[in-house]
Design a protein around this ligand. Structure first.
Ligand SMILES: Nc1cc(-c2ccc3ccn(Cc4ccccc4)c3c2)n[nH]1
Length: 242
């Protein structure tokens, strides 16, 4: 998979050189290219923004600079992803779908956002899909943090990136849409607190049922919104597998 990220703060994406995503890049599993939007400016001051039509505070990112940049990195079949507070929520299902694609391009805005004609222009281009996405109902200063979130959520699903693929199944928002169960490790007693006995019992069936029960309780208690969307069939399949 190839992912291009375009930003006026390319150094914001430096953490993607680290850990699993960094290893995926050096291992050739992920072709991640980070670009400085200002490389596509033509004026002496490398200007990327201008005042908003209709007035209002702040500045808007220019469509012409973005158009030159995206024409340079987008190819047929690419999926243009634009982080924005007004976008569709990024979910695990979205990450799973994106992980199946060949080429993602993330356009990181700043200021008050990118001129709306940019997304409009590329939506009209055959062979290019455009998705505006949000990483949560809070306001950031730009798209770079959302790009970090998206790249990590997608990259970890690529074959070979995570050592034990089984760990991708049993986690939060996994196949059945449940939150993850509580985890414990040594020492068995810590700060006067014990590990639940069932986890020391060696009974794998009981342990699996306890974990499923804990995941259900957590989901019902912390995310009642997810309970309504629970994939009960996947739950049953998971239970049958234990
Ligand atoms: N989930 C999420 C995404 C963003 C985000 C993404 C890209 C940009 C580009 C500029 N801003 C600043 C901005 C603040 C408010 C209104 C409009 C623009 C951005 C914010 N915030 N929160």
């Amino acid at each position: 998979m190839r992912i291009d990220v375009v930003s006026i703060f390319p150094d914001y994406l430096a953490p993607l050189d680290l850990s699993l995503v960094g290893k995926a890049r050096t291992g050739g599993l992920l072709d991640l290219r980070v670009h400085d939007l200002r490389d596509w400016t033509t004026d002496r001051h490398r200007t990327v923004d201008d005042t908003p039509f209709g007035g209002g505070a702040g500045m808007v990112m220019r469509p012409d600079v973005w158009g030159t940049a995206l024409d340079s990195v987008l190819d047929d079949g690419a999926h243009l992803l634009v982080p924005t507070p007004s976008g569709a929520p990024l979910t695990q299902r979205t990450a799973e779908r994106l992980a199946e694609e060949q080429h993602l391009v993330v356009a990181c805005g700043r200021y008050e956002g990118i001129d709306a004609r940019v997304a409009e222009h590329y939506r009209a281009r055959p062979g290019v899909r455009v998705s505006e996405f949000s990483i949560g109902d809070y306001v950031l200063n730009g798209g770079e943090v959302a790009a970090l979130v998206l790249v990590e959520a997608v990259a970890r699903l690529l074959p070979g990136v995570v050592g034990n693929p089984e760990s991708l199944v049993e986690e939060s928002h996994g196949a059945a849409g449940l939150l993850e169960y509580p985890v414990y490790t040594k020492p068995p007693q810590w700060a006067g607190l014990d590990v639940p006995d069932v986890l020391l019992s060696g009974h794998h069936g009981r342990i699996a049922r306890w974990r499923r029960d804990q995941a259900l309780r957590r989901t019902a208690g912390r995310r009642p919104d997810l309970v309504a969307a629970l994939d009960v069939a996947a739950l049953d399949r998971a239970d049958l597998a234990t």
